[in-house]
Design a protein around this ligand. Structure first.
Ligand code: ZN
Length: 241
């Protein structure tokens, strides 16, 4: 038995640019299994056609089938044929434990990103519970049937990963620098200097006038050299887009 699978667009990033596959899938295999065997998790698949007709992931492949597999795009496809719907609203993320640097960048830009969960199953349940998108380089995690939203980072360079996410999820309009805690992802709220006199060093009180507190962990933030470095990074980064 031989089937053909043609991948389109960004799906080919996951197969080193190869887009046409012809192989013997074995008996009683679903198209989901066959696509994932190529290294493309189902979360990256928008819709599939087989010999010109729409099919879903449960389709058992047969000899001679020719499948076309598409990533998220603007083609006019009826909702009932869409396998991984577009994410609606402001995107939220759960990042796997290997993405610490990317998480810092995302939080710096004010993008909600949960981090610190080690176990894959707990990452998946957190993402489902909070309707968040899983960010990972571990394709196997995204192959779990229950995963709804997930993205495989193509690069292993944090700054490039950040660009990938910004373009993939159209995040420019959601960027709000310095509104989120770098430690815990909590939202920062402005506080008056008078409210925190006992909580920060005197030299800081004498130097800065604007402060914010994390609404979750209570950490206090102010300007300073670290803030300046991050501001420079953000300016350069946004200019480079
Ligand atoms: Zn915090």
């Amino acid at each position: 038995m031989i089937i053909k699978i043609r991948l389109f667009g960004s799906l080919c990033d996951l197969t080193s640019g190869k887009y046409l596959f012809e192989f013997d899938p074995g008996i009683n295999q679903t198209i989901k299994d066959c696509i994932e065997r190529l290294g493309v998790p189902h979360t990256e698949v928008f819709f599939i056609t087989m010999n010109g007709n729409f099919v879903d992931f449960s389709k058992i492949v047969c000899d001679g089938d020719f499948y076309c597999v598409y990533p998220e795009c603007d083609l006019p496809v009826e909702d009932r044929y869409i396998l991984t719907p577009k994410y609606l609203g402001e995107p939220k993320f759960v990042a796997d434990i290997h993405l610490g640097k990317l998480v810092k960048y995302l939080r710096m830009l004010g993008i909600s990103t949960v981090y610190g969960i080690i176990d894959d199953k707990l990452i998946i349940s957190k993402a489902l519970e909070t309707n968040s998108i899983i960010l990972t380089r571990d394709r196997n995690m995204l192959k779990e049937n229950v995963v709804k939203y997930g993205y495989v980072l193509r690069s292993d360079v944090p700054k490039i990963q950040l660009k990938e996410i910004i373009f993939r999820y159209d995040l420019i309009k959601y960027i709000k620098p310095f509104t989120r805690c770098m430690e815990c992802n909590g939202k920062l709220v402005p506080v008056l200097k008078a409210e925190i006199v006992n909580e920060v060093p005197e030299r800081v009180l004498n130097t800065f006038n604007e402060f914010a507190r994390c609404s979750n962990c209570g950490k206090i933030y102010w300007g300073g050299s670290h803030y300046q470095n991050m501001s420079n990074f953000i300016r350069q980064f946004l200019n480079s887009l």
